[in-house]
Write a protein that binds this ligand. Structure first.
Ligand code: GLY
Ligand code: MN
Ligand code: MN
Length: 452
């Protein structure tokens, strides 16, 4: 059985025979005129089929039937609606698997042209009580219309029609959250390529170069190793740009004495890496830069050390906040008592994001962060989810002193530091998938002084 077939079987097993599932390809997005943005398949569709064409809808229907004129209804557990072959369009846009490929290569029981979706979806949904579907996208209206249609005909056919939408977070995302060995292999590869890219960027970074020159080296490294694309827009922020969390211009000339913050990771085989390093462009941290860097590093190492099954991302964030708040007191940025400063969130102007997130096919991967309380209490409050083997998270504390951060000592203003690694939870602890990338003060300075 292919891994995709295994995943479909697992999903259906977990929801039972009376629940169907519908997954929709990412819509093609127009950039301007007749030029489209790069297409990347929806992660759920790819996870379940390996099919990477647009205009695709995947229907899993344990009780579903398809009807052809003059034939008895046939069961269809796995149906794909796809673009049919079209020699003329294929001259422009490239090969399509078509209906034949959807069945022979991708294992669909039945395949139909995308244009037949409206006509055929109701009969596939009939006979089910619920549909697994990610509500909130452009396809909602079409799905609701199909359910409505199935309901109208239910009286005549005696088949039930779905009355419930089940969010994939309850089923499929529980599966995506725990990575299998082949998935981890892709993630390790993504991390290895990303490691090389960061090291190269450190080696070429020097005062006088532009941020985009570093970005170019990173993207070149990704692509040269077969990565399809970056997992998100690369951030290369020098000087005070390092304090802008989602800085994307990457067009400033790097100056002597600048820190450079690079947050960049490639995608490989549909799996993401997500890494941040901060380093001195001239190869030597200044004293204020080093003091901030060491504080962030201490927080990051303390959090990584804690990772093992049972620990929660809430625990990790608390730890990062504690270490960083103590550092802010030490650095004279805030005053008073540690516990009180934590309680009052005095760190927030300088550490305003969380310490990590799930990582997988999506850089901010799917999966519930909170779960019901163990005692079953129903006060509406959830608890942080304990980590389990096979989950991958990022750990990415930072400190940011914008140029306008008047509360911070003048020497710290314009300094931004984030350090981010990708951590796999194992049976007994953890494995840092991006450990190879220089991170200690000495290693970072050495990597920056290396000739490319
Ligand atoms: N690069 C996105 C993030 O760190 O969450
Ligand atoms: Mn990142
Ligand atoms: Mn991240």
């Amino acid at each position: 059985m292919s891994p995709f077939a295994e995943r479909r079987a697992r999903l259906l097993e977990s929801v039972g025979r009376r629940t169907a599932a519908v997954f929709v390809a990412t819509p093609n997005a127009l950039r301007n005129n007749d030029v489209e943005h790069e297409f990347r398949q929806d992660s759920d569709v790819f996870y379940l089929t390996g099919f990477d064409e647009p205009d695709t809808v995947v229907v899993l229907s344990p009780n579903g039937h398809v009807r052809e004129e003059g034939k008895d209804p046939e069961k269809s557990l796995f149906t794909m609606f796809v673009r049919p072959r079209d020699p003329e369009r294929e001259v422009w846009d490239g090969y399509r698997a078509g209906l034949e490929g959807a069945t022979s290569k991708y294992g669909a029981d039945h395949a139909y042209p995308y244009a037949e979706l409206t006509k055929r979806l109701p009969e596939l949904l009939a006979g089910h009580d619920a549909v697994v579907y990610r509500f909130g996208g452009a396809f909602d209206e079409r799905l609701f219309a199909a359910i409505h249609h199935a309901r109208r005909t239910a009286g005549r056919t005696g088949l039930s029609a779905p009355t419930r939408i089940v969010d994939p977070v309850e089923v499929l995302y529980e599966h995506r959250l725990r990575k299998t060995p082949p998935e981890l292999e892709a993630m390790r590869r993504a991390c290895a390529i990303t490691a090389e890219a960061h090291e190269k960027a450190m080696a070429i970074a020097t005062p006088g170069r532009y941020e985009f020159e570093l970005e170019a080296v990173i993207l070149e490294t990704f692509r040269r190793h077969g990565s399809e694309r970056p997992a998100y827009g690369s951030i290369v922020g020098s000087g005070a740009n390092a304090t802008v969390l989602h800085y994307r211009r990457n067009d400033r000339k790097i100056e002597d004495g600048d820190l450079v913050l690079i947050d960049a990771g490639c995608e490989f085989g549909y799996y993401a890496s997500d890494v941040t390093r901060t380093f001195p462009a001239n190869g030597r941290f200044s004293d204020p830069q080093r003091s901030v860097y060491e504080a962030v590093l201490e927080a990051q190492l303390a959090c990584i050390e804690m990772v093992k099954p049972g620990v929660t991302q809430g625990d990790l964030h608390e730890k990062a906040v504690r270490v960083l708040t103590a550092a802010l007191l030490r650095l004279g940025v805030i005053e008073g008592d540690l516990e009180e400063a934590i309680e009052k969130e005095a760190y927030k102007p300088f550490y305003m994001h969380k310490t990590g997130h799930w990582l997988g096919m999506d850089v901010h991967d799917v999966g519930a962060y909170f779960v019901p309380k163990e005692d079953g209490s129903i006060d509406g409050k959830l608890r942080h989810r304990p980590l389990e083997p096979g989950m991958v998270i990022t750990i990415e504390p930072g400190l940011y002193f914008g140029i306008g951060a008047e509360k911070a000592p003048a020497a710290l203003r314009g300094i931004g530091v984030r350090i981010e690694d990708d951590i796999l939870v194992t049976e007994n602890g953890h494995e840092n998938l991006t450990a190879a990338i220089p991170k200690s003060v000495e290693d970072v300075e050495r990597a920056c002084r290396r000739t490319p």
